[in-house]
Design a protein around this ligand. Structure first.
Ligand SMILES: NC(=O)c1ccc[n+]([C@@H]2O[C@H](COP(=O)([O-])OP(=O)(O)OC[C@H]3O[C@@H](n4cnc5c(N)ncnc54)[C@H](OP(=O)(O)O)[C@@H]3O)[C@@H](O)[C@H]2O)c1
Length: 359
């Protein structure tokens, strides 16, 4: 496989690479890349054949979008690139300070029509383009009705200001509701779901993956390396690497759980057999999962990015996939218990009836 192993994203005609360039590290920030490095990563990704770039209005206070706009202009590559950005977090205050102190403009965040139009116009300006190829609702605001989300985003598709829209970080029931409202109305619906998904974050398999499949949405995983944990550069009992999970950081130390260290051991064993870095094997595992459309890779240096792109060349054997699956299997909850084959046999008089898409 390579970055030119193109596929459509969900049930749509949008054609993307198997790895998308995540640009949360573009622009100022303690664990980010400087402008020159960001440009070099943009070039390296394109040189490798990649066409799918993911940013957000909130990344580095809009600087990520501004940089990408500049790189697109300088390289004359706007038409070749599937440009994705996001709205949803509040533009009048950083999410953390707003959560604590209030005082921001409530209509400068969320999925209400007023904010979406404001956010889109600001993103288009920073990106120096007249349309977004894939517009993500970054996060569920907890209040805006699905019907309004469909109306606003569907209208924007019809005007051409966005070509497609998709949903990130929200309950599966809401994603399904948005997709269902759109389908029943015969209007444009969401084509993908962006979620945290990796060997150390598999809880979305219970509700989100089936919802995505049912609604024709591709799963687009973020943090496929668990923010750097699955590179193997942190050690049990010594997490003082200079990466972004060490020291005070917005991600906390939640990845340093006992269970995750055990998963890492199995990952390292498989990586050893293949003589490849653990990060590449972790990415290969994510890419091979059914339902995954394109995986978001993040990097702070060109070397990291080049190495991560090389994950497209790894083919895991059935046995290696199985060992990784077993080591990282999520603790089954209520939803997973309903999907147990034994339940179906109980319902269908002892027969394991195969449903649509299972044969
Ligand atoms: N929708 C959402 O809510 C959401 C949330 C998060 C991210 N995203 C998107 O997903 C993209 C990827 O997420 P992510 O950055 O969290 O992904 P990730 O792959 O889990 O983590 C990337 C980080 O791991 C380290 N790293 C990456 N490759 C490495 C390598 N080969 N060797 C050693 N260290 C390596 C780097 O940090 P250090 O070098 O500092 O350790 C890098 O910044 C983002 O850019 C963004 O576009 C979306």
């Amino acid at each position: 496989m390579s970055l030119t192993d193109f596929r459509t994203l969900g049930r749509s005609g949008l054609v993307v690479s198997p790895l998308a360039l995540g640009t949360m590290t573009f622009g100022p920030g303690g664990w980010n890349a400087d402008d020159q490095t960001a440009r070099a990563m943009f070039d390296a990704y394109r040189d490798a054949g990649g066409n799918f770039i993911d940013t957000a209005d909130i990344y580095s206070g809009g600087e990520s979008e501004r940089l990408i706009g500049q790189f697109l202009k300088d390289s004359g590559s706007r038409d070749e690139i599937v440009l994705a950005t996001k709205f949803g977090f509040n533009a009048s205050a950083s999410p953390l300070s707003a959560r604590q102190s209030g005082g921001g403009n409530p209509n400068a965040g969320g999925a209400g029509a007023k904010n979406i139009h404001r956010a889109l116009d600001a993103s288009l300006k920073r990106l120096g383009t007249d349309h977004i190829d894939l517009y993500w609702m970054h996060i569920w605001d907890g209040v805006t009705p699905a019907a309004e989300i469909v109306q606003t985003l569907g209208d924007l598709v019809r005007t051409g200001k966005i070509r497609y829209y998709a949903l990130s970080d929200m309950p599966a029931w809401l994603a399904m509701q948005v997709a269902t409202v759109a389908r029943e109305r015969g209007v444009p619906g969401p084509i993908a779901l962006q979620l945290e998904y990796s060997l150390v974050a598999r809880d979305v398999e219970a509700e989100h993956f089936p919802a995505a499949h049912e609604a024709g949405m591709a799963v687009v995983p973020w943090s496929p390396l668990g923010g750097g944990f699955l590179t193997g550069k942190y050690a049990r009992g010594d997490t003082a690497d200079s990466g972004r999970l060490s020291g005070p950081n917005p991600f906390g130390d939640s990845k340093f759980a006992e269970r995750n260290w055990d998963i890492l051991e199995v990952l390292k064993a498989v990586a050893g057999e293949l003589d490849r870095p653990p990060a590449q094997v972790a990415l290969a595992w994510v890419m091979a999962r059914k339902g995954v459309g394109s995986t978001l890779i993040g990097a702070r240096t060109v070397e990291q990015l080049d190495s991560n792109i090389a994950a497209t060349r790894i083919v895991l054997s059935d046995d290696q996939m199985q060992r990784l699956d077993d080591a990282s299997a999520p603790v089954p909850g209520f939803s997973a218990s309903l999907a147990h084959p034994g339940v179906r046999r109980m319902v269908f008089g002892g027969h394991g009836v195969a449903g649509w898409g299972e044969r």
